[in-house]
Design a protein around this ligand. Structure first.
Ligand code: NI
Length: 135
C-alpha cells in the first residue's frame, strides 16, 4: 500500500478534468450578449453566449476572436462585406478588423479569446459585458 502514497498525492495536485456539456451550460444562460466562461486553456477562455439582434461595431486591437456557432445562424458584418455562420461552423476575425455580429433569430455560440477581452473591444459603451463570469 505504501507504494501508492506518492502517485496518489500527485493526482490530488493535478487540476480537475471534467466534461463540459454545452447544452447543460447554455440552459443556465437567459440573457443575450452576456458571455459566460465555461473553461480556460492557458491564457484563453471559452465563453458560451446567446445573442439576438444587432451588436455594435467594434474591433479588438490586440487579439483575434473565434466564433463557433452551435445553434442558429450568425451574420458577422464586416466593413467590406459579411460572413454567415450556421451550426457547426466557425470563423476567426483577425485583430484590428471591425465587425458587428447580427442574429435575426437567437444564436447560441462559443467564443474563444484571451482572458480579459471585452466583448465591445475598443468601442466600449453600454453593451459591454462583465468579464470572468463563470457558469
Ligand atoms: Ni468582437
Amino acid at each position: 500500500m505504501l507504494g501508492f502514497a506518492q502517485p496518489y498525492a500527485t493526482v490530488l495536485l493535478m487540476p480537475e478534468i471534467r466534461t463540459i456539456n454545452f447544452a447543460d451550460k447554455l440552459a443556465l444562460i437567459s440573457e443575450h450578449w452576456m458571455p459566460k466562461v465555461v473553461t480556460e486553456m492557458n491564457d484563453y477562455q471559452f465563453k458560451l453566449v446567446k445573442v439576438q439582434g444587432e451588436f455594435v461595431w467594434h474591433s479588438h486591437a490586440d487579439t483575434d476572436e473565434t466564433f463557433i456557432v452551435i445553434e442558429g445562424r450568425l451574420r458577422i458584418e464586416l466593413r467590406d462585406g459579411h460572413i454567415d455562420l450556421g451550426p457547426g461552423e466557425m470563423a476567426v476575425v483577425p485583430k484590428g478588423v471591425e465587425h458587428k455580429p447580427c442574429a435575426p433569430e437567437e444564436v447560441q455560440m462559443l467564443l474563444i479569446e484571451p482572458r480579459g477581452v471585452r466583448n465591445t473591444g475598443d468601442q466600449g459603451g453600454e453593451r459591454s459585458a462583465p468579464n470572468d463570469v463563470w457558469i
